[in-house]
Design a protein around this ligand. Structure first.
Ligand code: DMJ
Length: 578
């Protein structure tokens, strides 16, 4: 009897152990394959970056941007028909914009030599004492953000620069630029003008019209500048503008798209999550992570819930009138594709994933993401058929990979890379696409292709840059470290010296700003060593038994971010489909 059972176990062992061995081997094999693929892909992105960078340096530097078809340069970032007013002025000669924008990408790629060379050149040659009318928002995210981020990277503890070479030259330049921004905030409302002359300040007949993102997305760069220089004026001005803007919200917690900085009146009441508004939401969330102000978190939470409630339709986001919440335009825009990435920081992963999939479907349909797509007609916008090498889909793909580690996102990244190489790569760099139906090219390589598109694709396949530091990326893809001395109350999980780790029972998991999965403020400590993960949009019902007497007693569902309603029987739930 005993012998029979021993024989049975031996036989079982002989059958099972090779199987386990084979499974283990195939696991190791697929891990190796994955690692090899990541290496191959990151090398391909590296090549793309240098193709764009070298051509810029050869044919356009020290001007702003490269014209890759004619191998010349441009100092005007004019993008007609775009509410974002993505311009820098024509007279703004020789600001080496693409070089400034490339600094943090060079650091991400680990190219210390080129990073140093660029810093030295900029230190010796860049001057903002020029009679040039610049767009405050664009100059802030591209130039100020590029300089501040590079300054931090040049001085961080990993010593990216040879000791002694760097003497804060970029910070000196950034401070000079920041001071030149300040007169723009001198308005009756504190909301800044969209345009300012770097030498002479605001011109007498300057337009008082600006966009929500234009005056509401300055806090990361200007806040960082204040923390670095000790001069509070930059952060104060940006914060004051943000507070004023928030005070102009409707009773539905919605904002419009354009407004008047002199009167504080809205001009365009319709808004969504795309052009003219996008980075306003982004900066609320990211400013909270970077500076930890509860006030900003509350703004973000209300704004986020309103977006999910009034703009979201399944995986899509339409526009709505801020006063009524009634849908206005049913359009997908290329800029909206950043939203799933932001949702990763928020912790709304399911929603992020489903929207990302829809954006990628449109990318696949056309080969790239068209600027505007009419959701109600399932067709392209008649005039906005262009694709100017925008980064937003790659950006969201990177965030979703960080949080899920699902290899599917690497497939998406590979597909984006293939399209960029097939449709936009030319001898002289990477060209924008004028019309996605014909793939006709336009002679423009935007600086954000180097600051963002290449950076996010690279980080998707090689995130070693993120290993020893938690970063928040500005809307232009420039990394700013999450530091405890910048923070009102830095959550433990963000603090590297505490370990970038979440302690969950006995298990300590390494984490980063991208893989926390939830906004840290929403992490609830139940008992010592246990944390419950809360979605940012979650508002609990008033009563623990979910009983209600009116709608006011019901909260917001954590998974769908939809408002729960009170049923006739007196219980809160997701009773109606919105
Ligand atoms: C970039 O300059 C920034 O990401 C901005 O917030 C939106 N537009 C471009 C890229 O598309």
């Amino acid at each position: 009897m005993f012998q029979a059972s021993v024989v049975k176990w031996i036989l079982l062992y002989l059958v099972i152990s090779p199987t386990i061995f084979i499974i283990c081997l195939s696991d190791i094999h697929s891990t190796n394959l994955l690692a090899a693929k990541r290496k191959r892909m990151s090398n391909r992105v590296r090549k793309m970056f240098y193709h764009a960078y070298d051509n810029y340096m050869m044919h356009a530097f020290p001007h702003d941007e490269l014209k890759p078809l004619t191998k010349t340069y441009t100092d005007s970032l004019s993008e007609l028909g775009n509410l974002k007013l993505e311009h820098l002025p024509q007279q703004y000669n020789g600001s080496a914009l693409t070089l400034i924008e490339s600094l943090s990408s060079l650091a991400v790629l680990g190219n210390n030599t080129e990073f140093e060379k660029a810093i030295i050149w900029l230190s010796e040659n860049l001057s903002f004492d020029v009679d040039a009318r610049i767009n405050l928002f664009e100059c802030n995210i591209r130039v100020l953000g590029g300089l501040v981020s590079a300054h931090i990277l040049a001085t961080d503890s990993t010593n990216r620069l040879v000791q002694g070479i760097y003497k804060n030259q970029l910070l000196v330049l950034a401070e000079d630029l920041g001071r030149r921004f300040l007169p723009a905030f001198n308005t009756p409302t504190g909301l800044p003008y969209a345009w300012i002359n770097l030498k002479h300040g605001v011109t007498v007949d300057e337009t008082t019209e600006t966009s929500t993102s234009g005056c509401g997305s300055l806090i990361l760069e200007m806040g960082a500048l204040s923390r670095l220089t000790g001069d509070p004026r930059f952060e104060t001005a940006a914060l004051h503008a943000l507070r004023k803007l928030w005070s102009m919200r409707s009773s539905l917690n919605l904002l419009g798209t354009t407004l008047d900085v002199a009167t504080g009146d809205w001009i365009e009441y319709s808004s969504g999550i795309g052009a003219g508004v996008d980075s306003f939401y982004e900066y609320l969330m990211k400013a909270y992570v970077l500076f930890g102000r509860d006030e900003i978190w509350k703004m973000f939470q209300s704004a986020y819930i309103a977006v999910q409630k009034y703009f979201r339709h399944g995986p899509w986001y339409h526009e709505a009138d801020m006063r009524t919440g009634i849908a206005t335009y049913w359009q997908l825009t290329s800029l909206q594709a950043f939203w799933p990435g932001l949702q990763v920081l928020v912790g709304d992963i399911e929603a992020a994933n489903s929207s990302h999939r829809e954006f990628f479907k449109v990318w696949k349909k056309y080969g790239v993401l068209p600027e505007r797509y009419l959701l109600d007609h399932q067709m392209l916008h008649p005039t906005e058929k262009y694709y100017p090498l925008r980064p937003e889909l790659a950006e969201s793909t990177f965030y979703l990979y960080q949080v899920t580690k699902d290899p599917w996102y690497m497939e998406v990244g590979e597909s984006i890379m293939n399209s960029l190489n097939a449709h936009t790569k030319v001898k002289g760099g990477f060209a924008s696409i004028r019309d996605v139906t014909t793939m006709q090219l336009e002679d423009h390589q935007h600086s954000f292709f180097l600051a963002e598109t290449c950076k996010y694709l690279y980080l998707l396949f090689d995130d070693s840059f993120l290993l020893n530091q938690n970063y928040i990326f500005t809307t232009e893809g420039h990394p700013l470290p999450v530091r405890s001395n910048w923070h009102e109350k830095l959550p433990e999980a963000y603090n590297l010296s505490n370990g970038s780790s979440i302690k969950n029972g006995e298990q300590i998991k390494r984490t980063s700003a991208m893989s926390l999965q939830v906004c840290p403020a929403s992490m609830i400590q139940h008992e010592p060593n246990t944390r419950r993960l809360e979605s940012a949009c979650h508002i609990p019902d008033t009563r623990a038994d979910h009983r209600c007497f009116s709608e006011d007693d019901c909260g917001v569902d954590a998974n769908t971010c939809k408002r729960r309603s009170c049923s006739m029987a007196g219980y809160c739930g997701l009773w109606s489909i919105i």
